[in-house]
Write a protein that binds this ligand. Structure first.
Ligand code: ATP
Ligand code: MG
Length: 407
């Protein structure tokens, strides 16, 4: 990667370009603006979450390379908040402004198979997987892998574009569900817990690695996340070492999250890479000296990176569209009665089940306490908790993770 071209700091009042205008882009834009930058964005949705907080928002498709080039022409540096942007768009933008992370990084992560093959080639630990191109292939793969997750190679997110396969007998149905698209079958991992590690790297090579976040998913969607993950120190170090090496090997400019599985057999495996801010690091805004969005701005502007040290443990709980589509309005005031709680809403006018509408964050003396406060705040959003109280989400950091010490 060429870093010499771009090793000068990009200072306010420069203009940052954001490919993607969802909540991650919106929060990046807010961080950039509070540091004195101007922000322009591009998103296919004319009502995207970033629009109200940027000076200019182009409505264009992810593969509209001309529009991406037009965005870059008005910007000093361009970044992305979603992997759906086409590589061609990044290449076109790079004619006019540095694009960080660059097209090569996007090209690598955009396809699950390519990404996994790269991780294996570089010697990083991943679970057993196989590429699948037909239902017959899926049947025989499922016979050898057993219980597995089948994921489309390109375009899936938040559990979309993937399905669990309990037995080879369901392979034909699963293949149809995935639209017959090239996919990756992954052996189902016997999970002890899931963590992620955020790493920031600027063009001059400086790297800052965050403490791991402990993440809880349900139906393949992130429900809650806690920082720092209350796991043994040697696991933290192992996870951070992997994330640091990946950032260096991939030539990252910007931020990258490495999602990881800890197996019950005690092995740490890389699940997937996301070269952008991440839902599992929303708690960094509260827990760390430098939040992920400010860090992204500093990294792409080639400014000295901020500390990732923990100031106070923090947790977040996602607020999905299901909450709004349920009975009655939400009691937002009640959620704020806990003084350590903050409410973060993304200004999305249409609530759909599974759509990320906002999150609640809370700090606490310990990760467990932060999580409890965030969960309690979320439950209090319902006016009639007792009647509607169908809470199934686990609200505790399991003792098997913390070894019984809810640090
Ligand atoms: P996101 O956009 O939220 O990262 P995604 O659609 O990219 O999600 P994955 O990260 O691959 O999907 O999977 C989502 C979740 O599903 C994982 O965090 C994990 O909880 C579960 N999962 C996925 N693959 C496996 C596996 N091979 N074994 C066990 N659990 C898995
Ligand atoms: Mg994931």
């Amino acid at each position: 990667m060429n870093t010499t071209r771009t090793s000068r700091p990009i200072l306010p009042l420069a203009t940052l370009g954001l490919l993607g205008g969802g909540q991650l882009g919106r929060m990046t834009a807010l961080a950039a603006r509070s540091a004195g930058y101007r922000v322009h964005a591009l998103d296919p949705d004319p009502q995207c979450a970033i629009r109200p907080v940027v000076e200019n928002c182009i409505t264009a498709r992810w593969d509209d390379a001309q529009a991406a080039a037009a965005l870059a022409q008005s910007c000093d540096v361009v970044t992305l908040e979603i992997e759906k942007v086409s590589v061609a768009s990044l290449v076109a933008a790079a004619q006019y402004a540095p694009v960080r992370p660059g097209p090569e990084v996007l090209d690598l992560v955009q396809n699950r198979l390519r990404q996994k093959n790269w991780l294996v080639r570089q010697g990083f630990p991943v679970g057993a997987y196989t590429s699948v191109r037909s239902s017959a292939e899926l049947t025989s793969v499922a016979e050898s892998l057993g219980h597995c997750f089948v994921k489309v190679a390109e375009g899936g997110y938040d559990g979309r574009g993937q399905t669990r396969l309990g037995s080879a007998l369901d392979a034909v149905k699963a293949w149809e569900y995935l639209g017959g698209l090239e996919s990756v079958a992954e052996q189902a991992i016997d999970l002890e817990y899931e963590i992620s590690v955020l790493v920031a790297r600027r063009p001059n090579g400086e790297i800052v690695v965050y403490p791991p976040a402990l993440n809880h998913h349900e139906n393949q969607i992130l429900v809650w996340s806690v920082l720092p993950a209350p796991i043994p120190q040697e696991r933290t170090t192992e996870a951070q070492t992997i994330a640091r090496s990946i950032a260096a090997e991939i030539g990252l400019e910007g931020v990258l999250v490495v999602e990881m599985f800890m197996t019950r057999q005690g092995k740490l495996l890389v699940n997937e890479l996301a070269p952008r801010p991440h839902n599992s690091y929303h708690a960094s805004e509260r827990a760390c000296v430098t939040g992920q969005f400010e860090q992204l701005v500093r990294a792409i502007c080639d400014l000295p990176l901020g500390s990732a040290e923990i100031v106070r443990p923090a947790a977040i709980v996602n607020l999905l569209g299901d909450l709004w589509t349920g009975a009655g309005p939400l009691d937002l005031t009640a959620a704020l009665r806990i003084p350590e709680v903050r409410l973060h809403l993304y200004d999305k006018s249409v609530a759909r089940p599974g759509r990320k509408m906002g999150h609640i964050s809370a700090t606490g003396l310990t990760p467990q306490q932060a999580l409890e406060q965030a969960m309690t705040a979320k439950r209090s959003l319902h006016f009639q908790t007792e009647e509607t109280g169908e809470e199934t989400t686990s609200t505790n950091i399991p003792e098997r993770i913390t070894g019984g010490t809810h640090r």
